[in-house]
Each structure stands twice: as structure tokens, then as C-alpha cells.
Design a protein around this ligand. Structure first.
Ligand SMILES: C[S@@+](CC[C@H](N)C(=O)[O-])C[C@H]1O[C@@H](n2cnc3c(N)ncnc32)[C@H](O)[C@@H]1O
Length: 217
């Protein structure tokens, strides 16, 4: 495959590949259009030239059993970043709690590959989690929170993040089996919610993930 310069594709900015060279594969996962014209999407090499549906199906077969949820009462700009990280760490689903609309910019089109569910209220999220048999874990450095660094995250769980100005709502704290804090050492009261989400998801990966599988191309 010919590597292209960074440019504006349907998932730009991304490095892409040119038209398929040589005999074309006949596997149904390959997209004839992409084979013909090249693939400029921001996908890992193993998915180059694959149909979108084939990529999602392959991800679905491998998704991790943790979910992430983020409160969205004031259109938090971190949500896109949370979705992108959830895609990278292969969370089963992302849950948006509060406003349905969220700013997709930071997601860099990863939302197309992610299952995203909306819950109008925290209660709706809690009902869904109970029915799914999933404990809710609040992530925030609030009084009484336990250190993430030593907390045994359940393999199947929902990690819930608060939003930038107000943090985790009381409603989430009430339904959470634990509130977990990331240790800090500087002067700021908190880190960015998107950064906190990445750290928490990676903590799950360190405890439950297949480390070798995460380093395959
Ligand atoms: C910017 S924080 C705001 C609230 C924060 N409790 C405060 O006192 O400023 C927004 C969200 O980021 C996450 N967050 C930020 N710093 C964190 C930390 N040290 N530990 C756990 N979560 C954190 C939490 O989900 C939090 O609700």
C-alpha cells in the first residue's frame, strides 16, 4: 500500500493509503471503493480498506466489558476526547448523561465506531446499569474518595466522570458503589475531565486488559 501525506479525508487529519496495488482481495470485509481510490481514514493498519460495518463488527467482537459515562449538563467540551479514548481502549459503550447534544470535534470521528447511549438523567443511567448488572464507579477527587492507584476496579463496570466546572453530581455519588480519585501532587484542584477519563480507563486496562494485544499493530 502507498502511504499518503496527512490530509483531509472523511476522518481528517490522518495519514492514508492510496489505491490497492496488485490483485484485489475478494474478502467481503474489503470496500471496493476504498480499494479503488485509497483509504484516508484514521484507522489502524489492520482495518485499512475495510468497510465501516466490518470494522465495527470486528470491534464489537473484542470490546472490553467496561463502560464509560460522562455528565453533560453544560455541553462539556471534553466529551469528544472521552469518546476518542474510549475507542482506543475499546470500552463497550459510552453513555452521555444529561443533554443529548455534545461537541463531536474532539472525537476525531471515533464516535462512528463507538456505541453511544444517551440517558436524560442520572436515574436513567442508574436504572440501565442495574438492569445490566453493572456497578457504577464515580471518578472524582471528592472528600471520601478512595485512591484509584490501589482500587480494584471491577472487570464489568461503568466509570462515570463529572463535568469540567461542577464535577461529579450528587446524584452520581448516591448511586455509585465507590468514588475513586486520581492522586495529584501540584497546586491545581483537579485535572481536565478528558485526562482523568484516559487515566481511569488505562487503570482498567492495566488491571484487566490483555497487554500484549494492545501492542499489536
Ligand atoms: C475539572 S473536574 C471538576 C471537579 C473537581 N472535583 C474539583 O474539585 O475541581 C471535572 C471532572 O474531571 C474528573 N477529575 C478531575 N480531576 C480528577 C482527579 N484528580 N481524580 C478523579 N477524577 C478527576 C472528574 O470526573 C471530575 O468530575
Amino acid at each position: 500500500m502507498t502511504t499518503l501525506d496527512a490530509g483531509e479525508g472523511d476522518q481528517a487529519p490522518a495519514h492514508g493509503v492510496g489505491p490497492w496495488e496488485g490483485e484485489r482481495p475478494t474478502d467481503a470485509r474489503y470496500d471496493p471503493e476504498l480499494l479503488e481510490h485509497g483509504d484516508r481514514r484514521n484507522v489502524v493498519d489492520r482495518y485499512r480498506y475495510w468497510r465501516h460495518e466490518a470494522i465495527v463488527a470486528d470491534l464489537d467482537a473484542r470490546r472490553h466489558p467496561f463502560h464509560v459515562a460522562i455528565e453533560n449538563w453544560q455541553h462539556d467540551l471534553n466529551i469528544g476526547s472521552v469518546v476518542r479514548t474510549a475507542n482506543a481502549f475499546l470500552a463497550r459503550e459510552v453513555h452521555i448523561v444529561g443533554n443529548r447534544r455534545w461537541n463531536r470535534r474532539g472525537a476525531m470521528v471515533t464516535d462512528r465506531y463507538q456505541h453511544i447511549r444517551h440517558h436524560p438523567t442520572v436515574e436513567d443511567l442508574a436504572v440501565w446499569a442495574t438492569e445490566a448488572g453493572l456497578p457504577v464507579i464515580g471518578i472524582d477527587n471528592l472528600p471520601g474518595a478512595v485512591p484509584l492507584e490501589t482500587y480494584a476496579l471491577p472487570r464489568e463496570c461503568v466509570l462515570v466522570f463529572g463535568q469540567e466546572s461542577v464535577g461529579l453530581s450528587d446524584a452520581v455519588r448516591e448511586v455509585a458503589v465507590a468514588t475513586v480519585a486520581i492522586g495529584q501532587y501540584g497546586s491545581t484542584r483537579s485535572i481536565n475531565a478528558g485526562a482523568a477519563a484516559a487515566i481511569a480507563m488505562h487503570a482498567w486496562v492495566r488491571q484487566h486488559g490483555d497487554i500484549a494485544a494492545g501492542h499489536l499493530a
